[in-house]
Design a protein around this ligand. Structure first.
Ligand SMILES: [Zn+2]
Length: 470
């Protein structure tokens, strides 16, 4: 099966081939900054790239053939502020450790519940300061970065194709930059690789002869961690569309210039924005939703939602499209899961996943099309196919899953009205064939219904009824 992925760098859907088949498929996705509960906007890339990870593991089976790295940002101003606020009596370093450990645990609980596999490596920024310093020194030596007032800055004017990912020219970017430029910058677009730590803030020995302790800028950690765990160049780099500029543009600048290489990652993938009931999600609008509020509280739409329905609701929209998070979307996802769970059986084996599902996912992760295929399998009562496909897409509808405990409805109500009418029509057609003694046709229709899981019963009084096979 040919895998095609849309590449933000080329703005085209391209056939995917691992850069170095011997090293397997290498994927890096920007992970959470750990200072608070993850919100549903954070959940989108986690779920989208989990589906891609599962698909890649299916297409490139065998231990170690796919390596997925997602970082944990544990050095950030927001973390420092939260730590000082939550634990005012503790030394800041200790308070930071408590905040990041707690938040990392919450994040794992939430994304585990959403059915997301853990990446192969989850590197922490604070454990890769050495690699960051190494990169920064390479950049300074090669003339792409400079030291000024205890800061190290990347000089964007030294890179001829800076702005290629975001498709912006340096002139455009400069015109849009703030009027007030920090005094240590040669050019308003130059960005920080390293900066001095304020007293009391966490600090590390600085690179490039700077005497005072400092800390890394935001972008350098991803260049350092992807290098350490995946190499100088790798296959796929992912994240939300809001990361294209400046974060990913700057990652590319750092990595390519440090390694004098024509590319950092070959394929750049970005998921679209998420809004809530047609509005931008923000704390000030009061529509800010965490993953946990959806499944653990009656917070959104007046009820608790199963993590599986959250996952499905997320995948009903193609990952590159903007997603409108609505209670109706969740309701519909829940109905689908309920219907599928009547036909699917418990399996973690995606070996028997039907071609239609695989073809849809291989076409730039076309999850809406894959979900349409799941409905087809369900209508055909194809237990094997549906179970394999659900396993591949990361759904566990088995007994004991959170989802199953929320099931209330009967088998019959899982059939919608359209479906019932369709079956009634087929039963009437069979009866007509029987009446005209066309038994070949009446048997054919009976077998067709049987394949859909519908059993026909001819009653003594001459009527025909049907029911769903259990
Ligand atoms: Zn990143």
């Amino acid at each position: 099966m040919e895998l095609r992925l849309f590449n933000t760098l080329t703005k085209e859907k391209e056939v995917f081939q691992p850069l170095d088949p011997a090293r397997g498929v290498r994927m890096y996705v920007c992970g959470p900054t750990v200072y608070d509960f993850a919100h549903i906007g954070n959940a989108r890339p986690v779920i989208v790239f989990d589906v891609l990870y599962r698909l890649l593991r299916h297409l490139y089976p065998g231990a170690g053939h796919v390596k997925y790295v997602r970082n944990i940002t544990d050095v950030d101003d927001k973390i420092n502020a939260r730590a000082a606020q939550e634990y005012p009596d503790l030394p800041l370093n200790e308070a930071i450790r408590l905040v990041t450990e707690k938040t990392e645990k919450q994040f794992h609980e939430d994304v585990d519940a959403l059915g997301c596999l853990r990446p192969d490596v989850e590197p922490r920024a604070t454990e890769h300061i050495k690699e960051m310093r190494d990169l920064i020194e390479r950049l300074v030596k090669a003339g792409f970065a400079y030291v000024e007032q205890e800061h190290v800055l990347f000089e964007v004017g030294r890179m001829s194709d800076y702005g290629k990912l975001a498709r912006r020219s340096l002139d455009e970017m400069e015109a849009g930059a703030r009027v007030e430029v920090a005094p240590y910058k040669r050019n308003p677009m130059d960005f920080v690789l390293w900066k001095p730590s304020k007293p009391n803030e966490p600090g590390w020995p600085s690179p490039s002869g700077i005497k005072t302790p400092g800390r890394p800028g935001w972008h350098i950690e991803c260049s350092a961690m992807s290098w350490k765990h995946l190499g100088e160049t790798f296959d796929i780099h992912g994240g939300g569309i809001d990361l294209v500029f400046p974060h990913h543009e700057n990652e590319i600048a750092q990595s390519r210039c440090a390694f004098h290489s024509p590319m950092m990652a070959k394929t750049w993938m970005h998921n679209g924005f998420l809004q809530v009931e047609g509005e931008k999600m923000s704390k000030s609008l009061g529509n800010f939703i965490t993953i946990r509020q959806l499944y653990a509280q009656e917070f959104f739409g007046g009820k608790k939602w199963s993590p599986e329905s959250v996952r499905l609701a997320m995948l009903r929209t193609h990952y590159r499209q903007p997603l409108d998070w609505t209670a109706r979307n969740l309701e519909e996802a829940e109905d689908s899961l309920e219907a599928w769970s009547r036909v699917a059986k418990k399996t973690k084996n995606s070996a028997g996943v039907p071609e239609g599902v695989l073809r849809s996912l291989s076409d730039d992760l076309n999850t809406p099309q894959a979900i349409a295929e799941l409905h087809k399998l369900w209508r055909a009562r194809d237990t094997e196919g549906l179970s394999g496909a659900l396993a591949l897409m990361g759904f566990d509808l088995s007994e004991g899953s959170t989802y199953k405990s929320l099931l209330k409805r009967t088998i019959e109500s899982a059939f919608d009205e359209v479906e019932k009418r369709r079956i009634d029509e087929r039963v009437a057609a069979r009866n007509a064939a029987r009446a005209s003694k066309n038994f070949a046709e009446s048997d054919r229709i009976r077998d067709e219904l049987k394949a859909m899981g519908v059993v026909i019963k001819d009653n003594k009084d001459g009527t025909t009824t049907w029911e769903i096979a259990r």
